[in-house]
Design a protein around this ligand. Structure first.
Ligand code: NDP
Length: 407
């Protein structure tokens, strides 16, 4: 029979400023059979959207409205997530399910959990559930899930783009074109080849390994640090050097990319002390989570030249307030949080969210790889990759962005 009359609250980012739907650049996206490790793609009973459409913003509704309403449930979609007067705060009080995503995260703090006595399921439309207070979810028997693998390759592509962009000084060179200049010397004064450099990843999970595989053809020397070792076969295939600590790896690397989850063990891993252990003029690319880095220490390292460049798409909090130092620090290549929400990725995570919802509403088990917390403890992927605790503290600062928009 399944569950009836559920209330599902979904927080998504705003529509494009030019209106919805946008003019699409292409007529579709490639169809993939499986993820690189053989994991099957999301497999809901059906979908009600066209792959390649903008599903991740408010009007896209992850393509879920018909499915949810046909089954008699209530579906609230909003982008208004921060501050005590937000739609999220109002609607969460009698919600059974919250769908959020990491790009414009609805921070599900212990305060929100306390206001939502009926809340039983938190779905992350994407990967990375650090915006949910996992400790509060564990204590309140809330199941936390994410769509494992849906955008890992999307992020790996972004990482490679950012490594090349920083090392070759792409963005400032492009800026000279926009300014009408032909300033070759200005462009190349900070431009190098990646070939021959030492490139290391903190974590060699789905994204980290995909970055290693994509960087190998550039004839670089590969390194990684992870809590678990890669197989001997993969280590040999990539010719990658394994390190027993982050410190040992960053000392020898010209480029470091961070690909571990944010949890209490990794929060502020890259602080002043760690940054000072890197080679002078190293590049740091962080598409994992903003809070893995100490934001002021990163800005100082760029100002002093300890770092030659920093890029990524993850900030803390999100949206970043207007005065966030990463908006104005020198030699950065930051974007808003976009890497995991390409139109290609959206089709996968929208289907994955529907698969999770179908299972939960029909009282069927959710796949292990999608589970982060279940039955009052870390479970599935969560038990493997996360540690207990809360990484949401400080998220209330995100309300500053909303205050500015309302001014
Ligand atoms: P995986 O779970 O496949 O990989 C994470 C890896 O990190 C695991 O191998 C894990 O090791 C390792 N790890 C955990 N803690 C540490 C630690 N303290 N030190 C070193 N390694 C550690 O996840 P993905 O590769 O798919 O994603 C990684 C992260 O990237 C996500 O958690 C998310 O934060 C971020 N992400 C960002 C996106 C974006 O749009 N910018 C989109 C998708 C993800 P172990 O095997 O021991 O658990």
């Amino acid at each position: 029979m399944g569950k009836e009359n559920m209330k599902i609250v979904c927080v998504l980012y705003d529509d494009p400023v030019d209106g919805y739907p946008p003019d699409y650049a292409r007529d579709g996206i490639p169809e993939l059979d499986r993820y690189p490790d053989g994991q099957t793609m999301p497999s809901p009973s059906a979908t009600d959207f066209t792959p390649g459409d903008l599903l991740g913003s408010v009007s896209g509704e992850l393509g879920l409205r018909k499915f949810i309403q046909d089954r008699g449930h209530t579906f609230i979609v909003t982008s208004d997530k921060d501050g005590s007067d937000s739609v999220l705060q109002r609607e969460i009080v009698d919600a059974d399910v919250v769908i959020s995503q990491p790009f414009w995260p609805a921070y599900i703090t212990s305060d929100i959990v306390a206001k939502a006595p009926k809340l039983k399921l938190a779905i992350t439309a994407g990967i990375g559930s650090d915006h949910v207070d996992l400790q509060a979810a564990i204590a309140n028997d809330i199941t936390v899930t994410e769509v494992t693998y849906c955008n890992s390759i999307s992020v790996a592509e972004h990482v490679v783009m950012m490594i090349l962009g920083l090392v070759r000084n792409y963005i400032p060179s492009h800026d000279w074109v926009l300014k009408g200049g032909w300033n070759i010397a200005d462009c190349v004064s900070r431009s190098y080849d990646v070939e021959g450099m030492h490139v290391g990843t903190v974590a060699a999970g789905r994204i980290g390994l995909a970055v290693l595989r994509r960087m190998k053809p550039f004839d670089v020397k590969l390194h990684y640090y992870d809590r678990h070792a890669l197989s001997e076969e993969v280590t040999k295939e990539l010719g990658v050097t394994v390190h027993d600590s982050v410190e040992s790896m960053i000392e020898v690397c010209d480029v470091v990319t961070i690909n571990c989850p944010l949890h209490p063990e990794t929060e502020h891993l890259f602080d002043e002390e760690m940054l000072n252990k890197m080679k002078r003029g190293a590049y740091l690319v962080n598409t994992a989570r903003g809070k893995i880095c100490d934001r002021n220490a990163i800005a100082r390292a760029l100002q002093s030249g300890q770092l030659a460049g920093y890029a990524g798409d993850v900030w803390f909090p999100q949206p970043a307030p207007e005065d966030h130092p990463w908006r104005t620090m020198p030699n950065h290549g930051m974007t808003p949080h976009t890497s995991g929400t390409s139109l290609s990725a959206q089709a996968r995570y929208a289907a994955g969210v529907r698969e999770i919802l179908e299972c939960w509403l029909d009282d069927k088990p959710i796949r292990d790889e999608y589970l982060i917390v279940e039955g009052g403890k870390l479970a599935g992927t969560g038990a493997h990759s996360y540690s207990e605790g809360d990484a949401t503290s400080g998220s209330e600062e995100a309300a500053k962005f909303k205050e500015r928009s309302e001014r």
